[in-house]
Design a protein around this ligand. Sequence first.
Ligand SMILES: [Zn+2]
Length: 616
Amino acid sequence: MKKHILILTIFLANFAMGQSYWQQKVSYTMDIDFDDTKHQFKGTQTLVYTNNSPDELDKVFYHLYFNAFQPESMMDVRSRTIKDPDSRVGDRISKLKPEEMGYQKINSLKMNGRKVNYTIVGTILEVELKKTIKPGESVTFDMNFEAQVPIQIRRSGRNSKEGVDYSMTQWYPKMSEYDREGWHANPYVGREFHGVWGDFDMTIHMNEKYTIGGTGVLQNPLDIGKGYSNVEAEPKVDKSGKLSWHFVAKNVHDFAWAADPDYKHDIKTLNNGTKMHFFYQTDTLVENWEKCQDYAVETFEYVNKNYGEYPYSDYSIIQGGDGGMEYPMATLITAHGSFGGLVSVIVHESLHSWYQGMMATDESKYPWMDEGFTSYVQHEAMDFIYGNEKVNSHLGSHRNYQYLVKKDLQEPLTTHADHYKLNMTYGISVYSKGEVFLDQLSYIIGREDFMVGMKEYYNQWRFKHPTPSDFKKVMEQASGIELDWYLEQFIGTTNFIDYGIDSISECDKKTTRIHLQKIGDMPMPLDLVVTLKNGKTRAYNIPLTIMRGAKTKSFSNKNYTVTSEDWPWTNPSFTLCIDEKMENIEKIEIDPSLRLSDMNRSNNIFPRKVETEEAK
Ligand SMILES: [Zn+2]
């Protein structure tokens, strides 16, 4: 009897845990001794790992990203075999000499003071545990490691094209994520990242000539002395000629940094007190760097107000890397392009502080959730800061997405980031179709409820790992509309949208019938705007039956709106009767807001215009 009760208790506890959200926790303390003559460093890492899952773990995995920069690595082979390789990578990895390669070597690894067995397979360290980690248990891993910084090929490395000495991203042995979906020991093939939430306490000993910018908050500016944040004190250089930089970052899932002897460091402060740091080389385009700072501040103020507040005390925009890449509390960007390009990359990468930094989606499995969402808010923010008043800020992304459809190059957005057949398909799918996903969502549920939902997504999911279903559920709660079908069709399939107005006919003297057609496989609700000959407009919304509701706000026309009967998606046609005389109708248009990514807009307007280029 007692045994039965025990089993029942365990069952109920597991059942309750299975129902609720959990995530693992890490707490890293690292000490890094950097040798800038050999481009190598030695490190110690103490990692307190807490298993908050309901599962007993008999192994763990670490990422050793630098090992990707060796001939015949998965990244190398993939880059030499994909049809459209990234020009930054190409066949460069295959030609690396030993002193140019990257590596991470593990010299020792213990769990709770006892040695554990491990194997290194490319960029993954597989660790077999002698004792399992029980649910709720915290264990300590102690590691000694050494590494060589590769020449800059992708994201991290030494001597970037713009002359930044060290771009230190994906640079330390990093615990893989174990989440509700299991382990994510994803080899470093190209993209991208997923990490365990936790705290970082980092000390970096480096030649005194370098300035370091990175994730977290510098704890000892007085030791660094002159030059850093206008500190007046004399730098505390040790007998080997090094300064010790001590950074702490709390509640983040990665730590990145960069170092260069020529960095200038400026600070701006936001209304809420967040300090924005800018680290850039003084030999180029200083004027652009000075000018762009106000745009960065304005972006943060705009996003703080509309999408949820940036909660950390600091954010650093650092020249480095090979384009733009997001990290918690920091970004590394290149800056030799135009001023507009610099603003655009700063806005984009800063916004990743929300979509990936805080709402930490698995970038490998759901890259459209961080790149697409970031691109969506980027274009909203940029139109705001430049004062543009466009009908739709996202038309460029609609065009890109529609190009993929027309070229028949689509792959479903459920594709893993490394597995797209072409880099181009990955790019357009993840950035542009991901952005269109949100633009259309604002069309389906209405702009007001969409904005409520985006803030609610931040409230419910910041500092966590949301999945597509988690996001969908928040949006369903915000709008009262069921969205299963939208996620399933637009993300899980390559079905596309095409609706058309076939014809109109007279019902009786006072009313008119509009005959509509569903031509594409993807179902969508329709906004229909009727313009009368007297210049007045009437707006209609035709919901889908599977939405189990309809938007209540955000119609195309604020003066007069009607929600019609709903359209079962199985029906290829639909007739809408409107209380207007046929002779009074000037024009009928499906979705004048252009948020519906309709593949053939020529049949969206009645009477039809002469066939456009797009329709052919
Ligand atoms: Zn991005």
